[in-house]
Design a protein. Structure first.
Length: 128
């Protein structure tokens, strides 16, 4: 049960990071904030930035709906599955707009992110 809570919290944090990145992009840059981890080391062209923003806008309403359902007592296991599937779909679309060199960095970043989440789940204290 504790691992499920951590996974749900991770999902909420990723949604928050995406929303912050969107707000920062609309304000013309990072504004001192953190970028999404999967984008570390990747500099996008203006055309790529526009495409990425379009992809984020496309998925944002459904992600926010899932987040709201999670926060309001919905079936966290099912909502997490839906959220992760949606996030994977959006991620694949974003990866597709990257150059081959950028995709190598993206893949490395995603592997590191996955490892961090798995490590956090392993370190979580057992549920009572």
């Amino acid at each position: 049960m504790k691992a499920l809570r951590i996974a749900a919290l991770s999902a909420v944090l990723l949604i928050g990071a995406a929303a912050m990145a969107k707000a920062q992009a609309q304000q013309g840059g990072q504004m001192g904030g953190r970028r999404n981890m999967q984008m570390n080391g990747i500099e996008l062209t203006d055309a790529q930035k526009a495409k990425r923003e379009d992809i984020q806008k496309k998925y944002e309403p459904e992600m926010m709906t899932l987040r709201d359902q999670m926060m309001n007592g919905g079936d966290r296991t099912e909502l997490r599955k839906k959220f992760m599937a949606l996030q994977d779909k959006a991620g694949a679309e974003i990866r597709a707009i990257l150059t081959p060199d950028q995709q190598v960095v993206w893949d490395k970043n995603m592997a590191e992110l996955k490892a961090r989440v798995e490590q956090a789940q392993r370190q979580a204290p057992p549920s009572n």
